[in-house]
Design a protein around this ligand. Structure first.
Ligand SMILES: [Zn+2]
Length: 568
């Protein structure tokens, strides 16, 4: 490809609207263009990189026994109503009406559509197991599209679904996919971390995410350096410290004028926040829920949502709290009625806590559970943090940031049961098919590759997913020998099947090198009057500082070898 003809312009300045590195570099390199919030066009270079990722994924899915098919983005909402997942996805589901006023949605995922398809095609255990996938466009109405290709509303995803007769079969399909995913990331040149994850709106049981570790990542991963326990913060558990407090003492009412937050109460009464109980109010499917947790901890809303089995969860507003008869700032679980109380199990980690009295400017000392109050539900609903104890080995937990680039789930039978996707076993008995679901967002993988591989000058593509392998960079094209040699080399590279971007523009060396660095093509081949004096070209890997001269004779064969190997 001649750079002079390439569609897409590089920019001199970093676009101010972009806050993450991959977003900045993709815009600056002229590789993507925003159409609407979270909706992008891919220009030729980014599209080539995406197609390479797609090919690697397809090859690994096929190698694992997957069969490719294609399902539609446009789906009847009835199918989603049958499984109840229209509610679970809530406003994230894009819906629309056709001319007959039938409600449709744009698929955020395809469990319903594929289960309906499999119900129609599978009758017997002899038809199973099955691994079916497609690579297709998904739609999710993200509340806050951002970070370029990382959080978008329309994206290409590879989603594979496994269908087995039993849990054992599901385990085998799951492990096959786990291995296939590890192969995909390795082939893309992207080290990832396997992390225990929450199943979210997809539902189901076991679930893992693959994380590309990068400081700019929006996901936090909790891990234990001793036993390698690794989980994302939505899911992570931890052992909270025990609070020493001696024997339970009698309840004592104290005046706390103006102390309406844990910080103020703890200052005023001279007790650490860990010796207080904090009340937090949520609004879950239309009802106020009273959540009580130790004062030094934070509520993990994903865990809370899971134990409440609710569709919509948010913090309650002040009027909602007041209407529920609660005194905000001095809210108490003691004597509360007519409202669901959910406790984090940290309230049992000590004695003689300070808690609200449900009277303005008043708190209780020596609050003890279950002596002084009862709860409707108790579970681990706290956010795990670095420094706390590992739930597996008791070691000290650490945390790092990453970008989720793949998610696999053991779904079990809840979708096949509701949609009546059944099979007949060898004895003639009918059972629901046991399912798994496995997704990779292609654009996000591309963005994560840039987050992990760049410097202050631009992108450093891992060779297997680079749009082109070679950046042919002649300097001083007004020199007839440079012009002729570079044209000959370009023709030879093309004939030999090398993937080459030819910078045939009459620009200064500075401009050419800057663009070469920005675009991040792995191997730069420079031809100048100086290199030609030595019958050589200069070879420089984008990922390395040093360059070297190589003889012009036989350079095509040398480059062919280099572009097949990966130095990283
Ligand atoms: Zn551990």
């Amino acid at each position: 490809m001649r750079l002079s003809k390439l569609f897409g312009k590089t920019l001199r300045e970093t676009p101010s609207e972009a806050t993450t590195v991959s977003h900045q570099l993709l815009l600056k390199a002229g590789m993507i263009h925003q159409v609407a919030a979270g909706v992008y066009s891919y220009l030729p270079l980014a599209w080539r990189a995406l197609r390479k990722i797609e090919n690697i994924i397809r090859e690994e899915m096929d190698a694992a026994g997957g069969q490719e098919l294609m399902m539609p983005a446009l789906q009847p909402v009835e199918l989603w109503q049958e499984t109840g997942r229209d509610q679970a996805f809530g406003k994230g589901l894009f819906t629309l009406f056709d001319r007959r006023e039938r409600k449709l949605c744009l698929g955020p995922t395809h469990e319903e559509v594929i289960t309906e398809l499999v119900r129609y095609n599978v009758q017997s255990y002899r038809d199973l197991p099955l691994l079916l996938y497609h690579i297709q466009t998904k739609f999710r109405d993200e509340p806050r599209p951002r970070a370029g290709l990382i959080r978008v509303r329309e994206f290409t995803m590879k989603d594979l679904y496994s269908f087995d007769t039993d849990e054992k079969g599901l385990g085998q399909s799951y492990n096959k996919m786990l291995q296939a995913y590890q192969n995909i990331y390795a082939r893309c040149g992207l080290p990832t971390l396997l992390v225990e994850a929450d199943s979210g709106a997809i539902g189901g049981k076991d679930s893992h995410e693959f994380m590309v570790i990068t400081e700019s990542g929006e996901d936090e991963v909790i891990y234990c350096p001793s036993c390698k326990y690794t989980a994302n913060t939505d899911k992570a558990e931890s052992i909270k410290s025990k609070i020493e407090g001696g024997e339970p003492l009698p309840l004592e009412e104290v005046s706390t004028p103006g102390a309406t937050t844990i910080e103020k109460v703890s200052d005023f009464l001279k007790v650490p926040p860990s010796h207080t109980l904090k009340a937090v109010f949520y609004f879950a499917d239309g009802k106020v829920v009273f959540v009580i947790i130790r004062g030094d901890l934070e509520v993990n809303e994903v865990k809370l949502k899971n134990i409440l089995h609710c569709f919509e969860l948010r913090l309650a507003t002040e009027p909602e709290v007041i209407e529920a008869g609660i005194v905000a700032g001095s809210a108490s679980p003691i004597g509360i009625t007519g409202i669901k109380v959910v406790a984090d199990n940290s309230i049992t980690s000590g004695v003689n806590f300070v808690a609200g009295a449900n009277k303005p400017d008043t708190h209780f000392r020596n609050v003890n559970y279950p002596r002084d109050f009862s709860v409707d539900l108790m579970a681990d609903i706290a956010r795990a943090s670095a420094g706390e104890g590992c739930p597996r080995c008791g070691g000290k937990l650490s945390s790092i940031h990453g970008i989720e680039v793949g998610h696999i789930f053991k779904l079990g039978t809840f979708i096949s049961e509701t949609l009546r996707a059944l099979f007949i076993d060898a004895n003639g008995a009918s059972h629901p098919i046991v399912m798994g679901s496995y997704g990779i967002g292609l654009g996000r993988l591309l963005a994560a590759a840039i987050e992990q591989n760049h410097d202050d000058k631009g992108i450093i593509w891992p060779l297997p997913i680079a749009p082109y392998h070679i950046y042919l960079c002649p300097l001083h094209l007004e020199n007839p020998q440079v012009a002729a040699t570079s044209e000959n080399l370009y023709a030879d590279f093309e004939t030999q099947g090398l993937e080459v971007l030819f910078d045939d523009r009459e620009e200064s060396p500075g401009v050419k090198f800057n663009d070469a660095d920005l675009l991040g093509i792995p191997i730069r081949v420079t031809i100048s009057p100086r290199t030609l004096e030595k019958d050589s070209v200069e070879i420089k890997w984008r990922s390395q500082k040093e360059s070297q001269l190589m003889p012009l004779a036989g350079i095509t064969a040398t480059l062919k070898e280099l572009s097949l190997a990966n130095p990283r």
